[in-house]
Design a protein around this ligand. Sequence first.
Ligand code: VGL
Ligand code: ZN
Length: 201
Amino acid sequence: MSAIHLEQGDALLIIDLQYDFLPGGALGVANGHEVIAPINHLIDLFQAQGLPIVASRDWHPQDHCSFAAQGGPWPPHCLAGSPGAAFAAELALPDDAIVVSKADTAAVDAYSAFGGTDLSAQLRAREVIRVTVCGLATDYCVLNTVTDALEEGFDTLIVPEAMRAVDVQPGDGTRAIDRMVARGAMPVRLGEIGMMALSVA
Ligand code: VGL
Ligand code: ZN
């Protein structure tokens, strides 16, 4: 039996499932590709009920402030319109997914999908009250998105199975999950999420 029943008011947030964050990418997250199958399962569950599905993407100009040449911490990644910024082809994003581009001006970085975007308004326009968050990377963009979702007043479920961390320091991903939970996010396993529990005759 599923412990979490999806219903009107739920939305799925898929964070930065872009080639540059997958193994082999400019800022590849180890084992990042392992999240694609679980996220596709989540997409199926949300789509089956006509619930909103949001996909965020890091979308930087060439001279972005987070790049080492500008004194930032990262190599160039997710250049707007480049192959590395594209969503993974294996990700089964529906045509009506809401795409949110972030950190798309040189001077401003945003790890959170809420940072400088209209995500909050998009969710409220659809009467969303609870978000389920998955994607890359646990210790940066997922952590910051979850923190903002909670501050914006959304109930927030996180699916650790459908996330992977950069782990600049070993344990960063685990600590990020602990921080999300400490702030009020509820960790759920994939198998706990579903539609109405089926009654067994
Ligand atoms: C991210 C590092 C730099 C992320 C984005 O999506 O987690 N990490 N830019
Ligand atoms: Zn970035």
